[in-house]
Design a binder for this molecule. Structure first.
Ligand code: PLP
Length: 323
């Protein structure tokens, strides 16, 4: 049986009904004119916990047997998945332990703590987060909910594009930021169920194009932790399940520079009044800066997250003005 057939997108949609926000789809005449086709921006920066990650985390925790779930959840993440797991666990009233890099953005650490999770720090340049998390999981008999390489997480992420298609109709092209590939895997499966011809394009930061290289070489490529402002995409390789789905459903992966991401954050603030974090602006950056050519009548772009502090946001955009 293929991985795709094990992903229950309808069950995820049912579990998340009334729990996740149906985020708005933003339109801009300026953007349509610039790109030359209709662009539909799915504003997941406005999702509960500030990113699409809540969809996958909640679905994965909801899918567990109650007795397993009650023992507690453990996860590892640089931020948005951590907040999502912490909040979802809180909604089920079960304990959450999150393994986070010591240099994760302070705003993401404090938000995770505020949802009642216990945080355990590790050094992302010298330690493996998988090993740290696995050790604690075994010691405390917890259930691990990884950030992307998990069937119920992928199913949960699929609900974003299911929703977009319900709101705006089927898209001819989807442009989606890629870290480990959970969001784009779920999105592509949802899109192709309704429109097999939809072109699904991924976007990575240029400094960390592990998924682009993996698809080009048709094998999982491992890279060093990339140095980029896009902290939601500092993954070092795609997952086993996500790679398998992306091989079949993703047409290509483009890359954008940090400068292009900043230009797009500026654009979103100026013209859409949206605060979007670097990874959240990554997909639109590719379209806005011409790294991806639009296809068809309707192009869907996910603004995947908005978790950036005021200090970080202003610092990033001011430094850009200076250079
Ligand atoms: C996690 C994340 C991504 C990447 O998602 P994957 O499922 O790992 O590919 C993109 N943008 C934001 C804001 C994220 O938090």
């Amino acid at each position: 049986m293929s991985v795709s057939s094990e992903i229950d997108m309808d069950a995820a949609m049912a579990r998340l009904k009334g729990v996740v926000k149906q985020t708005p789809v933003l339109r801009s005449r300026l953007l349509d004119d610039h790109v030359g086709t209709e662009v539909h921006l799915k504003a997941e920066n406005l999702q509960t916990t500030g990113a699409f990650k809540f969809r996958g985390a909640f679905n994965a925790i909801a899918a567990l047997n109650a007795d397993v779930r009650d023992r507690g959840i453990i996860s590892f993440s640089s931020g948005n998945h951590a907040q999502a797991v912490a909040r979802a666990a809180q909604l089920f009233n079960v304990p959450a332990t999150i393994v986070m890099p010591h240099d994760a953005p302070a705003s993401k650490r404090s938000a995770t703590k505020a949802y009642g999770a216990e945080i355990i720090s590790y050094d992302r340049y010298t330690e493996s987060r998988e090993d740290v998390a696995a050790g604690i999981r075994d010691e405390r008999a917890l259930t691990l909910i990884p950030p992307f390489d998990h069937l119920e997480v992928i199913a949960g992420q699929s609900t974003c594009v299911q929703e977009l298609f319900n709101q705006s109709g089927a898209m001819d092209q989807l442009i989606i930021s890629v870290g480990g590939g959970g969001l784009i895997s779920g999105s592509a499966l949802a899109a192709h169920r309704q429109n097999p011809d939809c072109q699904v394009v991924g976007v990575e930061p240029a400094a960390g194009n592990d998924v682009q290289m993996s698809l080009q070489q048709d094998q999982i490529v491992q890279i060093e932790v990339p140095e980029t402002i896009a902290d939601g995409q500092q993954t070092t390789s795609p997952g086993v399940h996500t790679f398998e789905i992306m091989r079949h459903h993703v047409a290509k992966v483009a890359t954008v520079t940090d400068a292009q991401i900043l230009e797009t954050m500026d654009w979103l603030f100026r013209y859409q009044k949206q605060v979007v974090e670097p990874s959240g602006a990554c997909a639109l950056a590719a379209l806005l800066c011409g790294e991806v050519q639009p296809v068809g009548q309707r192009v869907g772009v996910i603004l995947s997250g908005g978790n950036v502090s005021l200090e970080r946001f202003t610092e990033l955009l001011q430094n850009r003005a200076a250079t």
